[in-house]
Structures are given as C-alpha cells and as structure tokens.
Design a protein around this ligand. Sequence first.
Ligand SMILES: C=C(O[C@@H]1C=C(C(=O)O)C=C[C@H]1O)C(=O)O
Length: 441
Amino acid sequence: MSTSPSTPVTGGVPRPLVVRTVPCDLPAGAVPDADDLLDLLGPDAPLAWVRRGDGLVAWGEAARIEVHGADRFADAERAWRQLLEHAIVRDEVRLPGTGPIAFGSFAFDDDSPAGGVVVVPRVVVGRRDGRAWLTTLSAPGELGPLPRLRDVAPRHVPPAAPGEVTYTDGAVDAESWLDVVARGVAAIRSGEVEKVVLARDVHARTQHPLDVRWALHRLADRYRSCWTFSVDGMIGATPELLVRSERGLVTSRVLAGTIRRTGDDDADMGRAAILAHSSKDLEEHEYAVTSVARALAPFCSSSNVPDLPFVLPLPNVLHLASDVTGVLTAPQGDDAHPSSLALAAALHPTAAVCGTPTQAARALITRIEGMDRGRYAGPVGWFGADGDGEWGIALRCAEVDRDDPRRLRLFAGCGVVAASDPAAELAESRAKLDPMRHALS
Ligand SMILES: C=C(O[C@@H]1C=C(C(=O)O)C=C[C@H]1O)C(=O)O
C-alpha cells in the first residue's frame, strides 16, 4: 500500500500549465559535446539526462510530486497525468523529449523513506541528432513573447571545484562487507536464492559545498557511453538503461558480469576475452537478461533477446551487456501503451540489481545488507506527456545530502552467485565507486 497523500503534488503548481516548445540554436561551439548542454545549467538543483552530447537539461520547479511505498510509480504517474489534464501545449518541434516532460528518481525498496520524486521543471533544453529545442512550462499569467534561451538561461558561472574530499565508511565497513558477501554466498549454497546483488555505501565529505555541475561535467566527459543524470540530489553516470520507450518500441540495456580494467589496452583485451567466457559471469548475466525479458513479455507483441552478451568497455570496468528490444502490443480501443514509467515499474527490480528469484533476493538484501539503499539502484530518468521516456538504473552514483551539500553517499554493488569470492567482489565494488570518486576529484 502506498503511504502517499492522495494529492502528492506540491510547489504552487501553475494551472493550467502552459507548455511551449520552440526550436533553438545552442550557443556557438555547442556541437557535439554533452558539456554544452550541461554548460547551460545554473548551480541550483540542476536536472540532467545526457549522453554523448544529446539529451535534456532543465532547471526550475513548476511542480514536484513526492511518493512513497509500493505504489510509488503508479501514484507518480497518476499525479503527472492530473497535472497534464488541463495543460495547454504548443510544441513546434515534436521529437521525443519535447512538450511537457518531468524528471524522476525512485527508491529501490518499497519501504524506503526515500520513496520517489518527480520534478516538473520550468525550463528544458534538449538536443537530439543535431536538433535543439527549448521548452518552457509556466502559468498563463506569465505568458510573454515566444521564449528565447538567452532570456531564460541562468547567468553562466562555471562550477568551482569541491576541494579536498575525505572518504569514510558507510553503514558497513569494507572488512564487514566481506562477511555480508560470504553470507550471500552461503544463502545461495543453501538454496535460498540463485543470485543476489549486494551493495555498500561510502561517505564523502567535500571541502566546499558541492556544485553538482562540477561532478556532472566530469562524469559526462569521461563516461561517454553512460547516461549522466541529476535529479533532486541524485547524481551519477549509469551504464544501464532499465527501459526506453519510444513510439511503441522498447529497449533495455542489461548489464551483469564485470571485470576491472587494468589501464593497459592489451591486457584489457585479454580480460574482455576472459569475461566473455567466464561461466560465473555468464550465469550472473543470464539471470539478469531473463528477468528483463520475462517482465517485458506481457507488454510486447514481439521481442528480441540476444543469445550472447557483448563486452561493454567503460573506463573503469568491462561489463557483459545485452540490448533487449520489443515492440509494444498495439493499443486496443481507448487503451494506450503502458507508459515508460509503468514499464520501469514492471521491470524493477531486475536481477542485475536485486537477484533471482526476486522476492527471496529482496528479503535477503533487507536481512543482510545492513543499509537503506535510498534511491540507489532505483529507476532514474524522465518521461513526457505521451508516457514515452527513458529510465536508467541509478548506478555509479551518489546522493547529495539535502541539508549539507558537503556530504554525499556513494554506492556500489555486485552480483553474487555460488562461485563468488568476497574479496573479488569487494575489489569490484571499489572499481564501481571510481566514477563518482573521479567526479569529485
Ligand atoms: C549493482 C551495480 O552494478 C550492477 C551489477 C553488475 C555486476 O555485478 O556485474 C554489473 C552491472 C550492474 O547491473 C552497481 O554498479 O552498483
């Protein structure tokens, strides 16, 4: 049951919401770097979803939807629909991401106090395949001439470095986490679960209050094949796309099975071959792909599940990866396709971040992990008025403390199967913390 109030929308919602999207030229030199979109952001609560120079950045808050409990996704979607019911929309670009959009980030666990949040921004700038646009979301009284980027963009002040960063243990120190993993392996050997994903957190303290844009630039520059995100203090660069739904086509990038990189390209080629043939990693991967394919099946008329994964190279690790695709069943009568958020809710949590079977793995995580994951490993992304959108899994990320922007919680987890070795998993978790440590340096 959801514990959310019946109307979980706050923030002086403009009614009706007036939404206008116009084509726009990004400032000179704007193509083709992700940084250019990020350059438009001001320091206050920036919203972002960018990859290889394309994506969405946004600022301001026209409305905010806060949800809790097992129904958090459905509650968020209902509130978003209500907001849109009386919206007046003029969209001159008509691409995925134009018109009204909202950004969201949701807790991993149904019972987490973190719940979930959907932020409807006041200004959005997007770019896709060389076309850029500007969307404003405002109240009718605020309507002026057609919006122009230079009138609505915050004054450009480059982000300052966060200074020295100190790291301390999170809920479970590294030594004790070895025991957590050992207990996971024991639970697998006793037949309680087949796979479980166990995570840990690390606390960071920066010398100066963190300007989130500093971290976003560094993530987007280095982790170019990842989706760099920022939603209500949750920041990171995830390599894993839970679901993209666009005009009836769904895609999910499933990752599971990891090996650290050495920094030496020749050695890494060898490691990629080891990973591609590792029965332990292939087993881990198979669980994750099966969980995604099963969750999507009821919504799809056809789907494509690759027989074998490919190796996805990131600067810190190599992953086994599979892109699962499907065609959504044609809507009947008044029915519409399920929204991307409804699909994300159906997929969450996949075996890549929870385990197999799902309920037993969830219970095991609650019993032995020793921390609340908050919004780590939950869906993060955006969706539009037609429900299409993109939701990643919040990985390689950190949560900035709401009350003290010098404090962050960094997260990393690892899939554990019968053949897992706790020390190797600890090393893998350290490698997965690299992106955020790099982002803060
Ligand atoms: C849980 C995380 O990553 C997940 C676990 C992986 C693994 O165990 O091999 C790989 C990618 C992700 O699905 C994380 O980065 O925190």
